[in-house]
Design a protein around this ligand. Structure first.
Ligand SMILES: C[S@@+](CC[C@H](N)C(=O)[O-])C[C@H]1O[C@@H](n2cnc3c(N)ncnc32)[C@H](O)[C@@H]1O
Length: 247
């Protein structure tokens, strides 16, 4: 089981994610546990203030150090080695390898910022990792926290109905996954590839591998360098590119 502790000033944003689909199921089945902590509960004034104007002037507000520090102190038992992650567009970019690494942890704290972000002293003194979900700026860390929780949770055995399917997902193999089809066989004149209907499993597997290589070549050729390709993969790529020197 992985325990996620979320620190946020808008914990209600998580309600629909946690009460739907596989997240809901995995909470019910005890695969994950999510504790929502409202940072406002750790303020010391009657207005429950979590932000203030920036030193040095300029626009926007900054989340105050004390409420976040108090929340962390209350949430993490003394001496505990829990990993504390700050969501930030300036952090390390979240990738499948990081999801795999985090899925080995037993407990993860995710701190969601808002406004201009959180007072720098939190990042400097109380955070282990700073993670970004991409090169764009969102208004808060809640959506990034949900992305990380989802990507990490689906790697826990039992989260996805067919655990094997996760092994072949894009990025897990170092390649993008090939296309999928389901019934009907034909729609508006658009046919399902014949090989998928053949019942010949070896041919189907070969077709899937080829499509996966083709898709990666077309969309993310940068991934091929680290994909751990077999001799047969290299032969297929040479054929696909028409370049006998390829890879
Ligand atoms: C409006 S952003 C602050 C951006 C900050 N002023 C900057 O320019 O780097 C507010 C909060 O949203 C979250 N956030 C925004 N974009 C994010 C991203 N790409 N990845 C992770 N968190 C993000 C962070 O928690 C951040 O503190």
């Amino acid at each position: 089981m992985i325990v996620f502790d979320i620190l946020s000033i808008f914990p209600e944003m998580f309600f629909s994610t946690l009460s739907s689909s596989l997240m809901k199921k995995s909470i019910e089945n005890g695969l994950i546990k999510v504790n929502l902590h409202n940072i406002r509960d750790y303020t010391g004034d009657k207005h429950r203030t979590t932000d203030d104007t920036p030193y040095g002037g300029g626009g926007g507000m900054v989340m105050k150090v004390e409420p976040v520090a108090n929340a962390l102190k209350a949430v993490i038992p003394e001496g505990d080695k829990t990993t504390v992650i700050l969501l930030s567009p300036q952090g390390e970019t979240f990738k499948q390898e990081l999801a795999e690494e985090f899925s080995q942890y037993s407990r993860i704290v995710l701190i969601c910022g808002h406004y201009e972000g959180i007072d720098e002293r939190i990042r400097k003194h109380l955070v282990d990792r700073e993670i970004s979900v991409g090169d764009y700026v969102l208004s808060g860390g809640e959506l990034p926290a949900m992305i990380i929780m989802d990507a990490v949770s689906r790697l826990i055995p039992g989260f996805v109905g067919n655990s094997e399917s996760v092994l072949y997902d894009s990025f897990s193999t170092g390649l993008l996954e090939g296309p999928h089809y389901t019934k009907p066989r034909e729609y508006a004149g658009w046919e399902v590839p014949e090989v998928l209907l053949s019942g010949h499993q070896k041919k189907i597997d070969e077709w899937r591998r080829r499509e996966s290589l083709k898709r990666t070549l077309q969309r993310r050729p940068d991934m091929l360098m680290q994909a751990g390709l077999t001799e047969e993969d290299r032969r297929i790529l040479k054929e696909l590119t028409g370049d006998p020197e390829f890879v």
